[in-house]
Design a binder for this molecule. Structure first.
Ligand SMILES: Cc1cc2nc3c(=O)[nH]c(=O)nc-3n(C[C@H](O)[C@H](O)[C@H](O)COP(=O)(O)O)c2cc1C
Ligand SMILES: C=C(O[C@@H]1CC(C(=O)O)=C[C@@H](OP(=O)(O)O)[C@H]1O)C(=O)O
Length: 388
């Protein structure tokens, strides 16, 4: 399963197309739009989110609530477009009073983008480098999410820290223990209420100082079968596929699997997960590996921790150089989020969903849900017999 997106942040809409979709996946409009809403929300978002009310409209590939096996296409309207029709016109000439963006923001794609493309207006770059594009990714992820749900796989995420404010106990052993309600009812998507309060105060402080904040979140996947992915080639390993997918999200600067960097500080006996038989099936007494060994799922929860850098647009801007005058000036300060870590975690769920759906199709077949389910059942039965 693959996706491609098109569309600018302030253009008419975003478009996504998902290809290699099996026939027979049940698609729920309510689930799709619930995920769109989760991505939009989060304490610390900017005023753009007051304008938008994201929903995904399916324009191909689904009939009577089921995938047909053809590509699925989505449209997400940009409500803000009506305020940009002249500055983002497809064919009209630029308006006479057009203000080009010539003060590139450190940390965004502005400067390197204009250097690379020979543009004289950072807007040519930022319109697409904007994380608005992630709305289309979450729309597209409706397909792998429903596919995985039918196979018994659940994906969640929660925020561990924002700036200096952190959960008191973010131990790996507790990673899969938080209820969706405790996460989604928190304005920062953090199940620890006291930490969530501290995170919101940190965002308030940052905003009042013209600052921005990043943070750390975790994606947890349960219900996975062992043996997805592979060890044979660089691009078989789920570790590399998941890492690549997560680093495709703007502003992601670190990805840890299981214990991650902590594993490098401990001796082997305190890292690797002992193998035992439990009720006739192979099991582990811990999950420090975070559900991956040798580039394959072990069957334990997949636990991935991701670091996001602070938002580059600052209301107290850093120094930059004016592209026209070459004078030192302050970087542009436009409407912006102060912190988008809760939203980024939902985007990360979507990326993980695509990689895992692809791995299931690779192992169990790609074109019809009924055949995939039968093949998965036969595999589970074989594993049950091995461990007897
Ligand atoms: C959900 C989300 C929302 C974001 N919102 C903003 C924003 O409002 N303003 C901004 O300057 N950057 C925002 N960013 C970050 C930029 O998109 C990102 O920093 C930029 O593309 C450069 O990151 P990179 O160097 O990792 O590619 C957001 C990122 C995500 C994932
Ligand atoms: C629109 C979204 O995020 C945007 C990501 C973004 C950036 O520079 O990445 C800048 C802001 O957009 P604007 O410049 O219109 O205020 C965010 O609101 C969204 O997530 O839907």
């Amino acid at each position: 399963m693959r996706y491609v997106t098109a569309g600018e942040s302030h253009g008419p809409c975003l478009t996504a197309i998902v290809s290699d979709v099996p026939a027979g996946i049940k698609i729920s409009e309510a689930n799709l739009n619930a995920d769109m809403a989760r991505r939009q929300a989060g304490y610390g978002r900017g005023d753009r989110m007051i304008i938008e009310k994201d929903t995904a409209r399916i324009t191909g590939g689904v009939r009577f609530g089921r995938t047909l096996g053809s590509p699925v296409s989505f449209v997400v309207e940009n409500r803000d477009w009506r305020n940009w029709t002249d500055r983002m016109a497809v064919f009209d000439a630029p308006p006479a009073d057009l203000q080009r963006e010539v003060t590139p923001r450190p940390g965004h794609a502005d400067l390197v983008g204009v250097m690379k493309t020979n543009s004289d207006d950072c807007r040519d770059i930022l319109e697409r480098a904007s994380a608005r594009e992630t709305a289309a990714r979450v729309a597209a992820s409706g397909i792998p999410r429903e596919f995985l749900a039918e196979l018994g796989v659940e994906i969640t995420s929660y925020v561990i820290s924002i700036g200096p404010a952190a959960m008191r106990n973010a131990d790996l052993a507790k990673a899969a223990s938080y209820s969706p309600l405790s996460i989604e009812s928190s304005p920062v998507r953090c199940p620890d209420e006291e930490a969530a309060e501290a995170m919101m105060r940190a965002i308030d402080r940052a905003k009042s100082q013209g600052e921005s904040l990043g943070g750390v979140f975790r994606v947890v996947v349960t219900g996975l079968v062992p043996g997805l992915g592979g060890y044979e080639q660089a691009n078989s390993r789920l570790t590399s596929r998941l890492g690549g997918a997560l680093f495709s999200i703007p502003a992601m600067k670190g990805v840890e699997f299981g214990l991650g960097f902590e594993a490098a500080r401990r001796p082997g006996s305190e890292v690797h997960d002992p193998i035992v038989l439990e009720g006739g099936a192979f099991a582990r007494t811990s999950n420090n590996a975070g559900g991956l060994e040798g580039g394959m799922t072990t069957g334990a929860p997949l636990v991935i921790t991701v670091a996001m850098k602070p938002i580059p647009t600052l209301m107290t801007p850093l120094g930059t150089v004016n592209l026209d005058t070459l004078e030192p000036v302050e970087a542009s300060k436009e409407r912006s989020d102060t912190c988008a870590v809760p939203a980024a975690a939902v985007v990360a769920e979507s990326e993980v969903a695509f990689v895992l759906a692809d791995a299931y199709q690779e192992k169990f077949g790609g074109d019809a849900m009924a055949d995939i389910k039968a093949s998965l059942a036969a595999y589970r039965e074989r594993l049950r017999t091995i461990s007897r």
